[in-house]
Ligand binder design. Sequence first.
Ligand code: NOJ
Length: 565
Amino acid sequence: MKNLVLWLPIALLISACSDRGHSTLDIKSPEEKVGIRFHLDAEGKPFYQSLFNDDLVMDTSYLGFDLNQAAGLKGDFEIIGDAQATFDETWEQPWGEQQFIRNQYNELKVSLQEKQALKRKLDIVFRVYDDGFGFRYEFPEQENLKQIEILDELTEFNMTGDHTAWWIPGLEADQYEYLFRKTNITQIGLAHTPVTFRSADDVYISIHEAALKDYSSMMLTANGTTRLKCALVPYSRTEESKAFIAAPGITPWRTVQLASKPGDLITSYLILNLNEPNQLGDVSWFKPCKYIGIWWEMHIGIGTWATGALHSATTQNTKKYIDFAAQHGFDGVLVEGWNTGWDGDWVKEGGLFNFTEASPDFNLPELSAYAKSKGVYIIGHHETAGFIDNYERQMQDAFQQMETYGIKAVKTGYVEHGSILNNGKYHHGQAYIDHFRKVIQLAAQHKIAVVAHEPIKDTGERRTFPNMVSREGARGQEYNAWSADGGNPPDHETVLPFTRGLSGPMDFTPGVFDISIPEKPDNQVNTTLAKQLALYVTIYSPVQMACDLPEHYEKYPDAFEFIKK
Ligand code: NOJ
């Protein structure tokens, strides 16, 4: 049933009540496909509703905060100002799916102030596009609200039906590396965003966030209802507050993408549009590329990251990969296990990783010169095991070293089992997010592109920092080598473009041509050759790995030609 019928009585009710203290404000997208109605209820509590093609897609959805050691910022408000604006620009991506992106929206800024007591102020800004909307909270500078400690963000997304949802669980031990669950909304426990929904009327909806910085990551809970609510990732093991903001300050954008066809979610650039423009200027030093690497051989167990007889990152083996890359037109060669720190139980002892000291059988100066002579560059690897303090102490030197040796990209890693890092901070909490920004900005200073594994989810940072080129942030190819449940089921990658893929480029590392797994003779990678090739088309990333071993590609020159071209 269409929901239009529901919107009209609500509209009538609101206007009938407007002289009794209720307030509403409406804003529509440029072509009026999407609409937002903002309200204050009789108790001065803010909420919104939203329309897509004249149908209600989100009903009464409350907004606000519970604060630590202060009254909640969620009611007793009056509207003290509202401003509407229109915006239309076309900006150029230095690299990406599309060269020019149109950023066209109508904006409503609602300024609220508490009527009693502290008279604290809160602004809510809505940007309404034809493919969805975003909104964020802004805390203006004021006397009675300076340091804001957020216990809970109360933002709701009150869906109009028990839609089908594709989601992964929040705060689990393997971060974002889960198979997507397909359930109704009422069965969602705690989910990371983006979450994708399909309504009975075939409206496709994705809820996520944009420009996540100086704040904690948003998850969603449903609690057996269709009223989804924001659940922030906690800050640390000991802190009760989940996020800390100083006024004047802003939250990330909460985003809702809306489409009549699932593919339209993929070609929506709403999240990029809600990020700040490029702050790095000319980034022509980064070119989208294909890479191979010393990687799959460790995952299938025929090589090791640790030193010893099977150590893969030796000078000799790296030269073999460099030769192969040069011969077949690949730009980068990833080398994992090149540095010291891998020899013990590195997941537990990540504080031992050294990011400038090569293992004795890996000659970095010689290899960087060799790579350069062949027109190839090495892609560095910084596995931190989530020991971010250890990494931050060494980062300056490590990035300087990479620049010195012509290393143009780094793959970072944060392997860790559980959702709390060794320093007590949460894997997707505000401190971790701050760490990520530091890495991106430091790398940019050295003209280095970042490909992050076990990352914070993508919220469109690549617009502002185009050296943040790709991430994992999902159950990737590696699970086919070693996961206890027999690898990724065949349909996994059909779900990824419509879920994880909506947040940004993904380093899935396709290209397995030899499906055998020597360590597990009764097992194999669940794929066909054609499917591995198709992944290069369906999973977007400006850096794409051909993850298999050179000798496996040599067996299938025709299929390999597809990757080369
Ligand atoms: C997990 C990453 O996803 C994988 O690509 C990498 O090889 C290992 N960590 C070791 O850093």
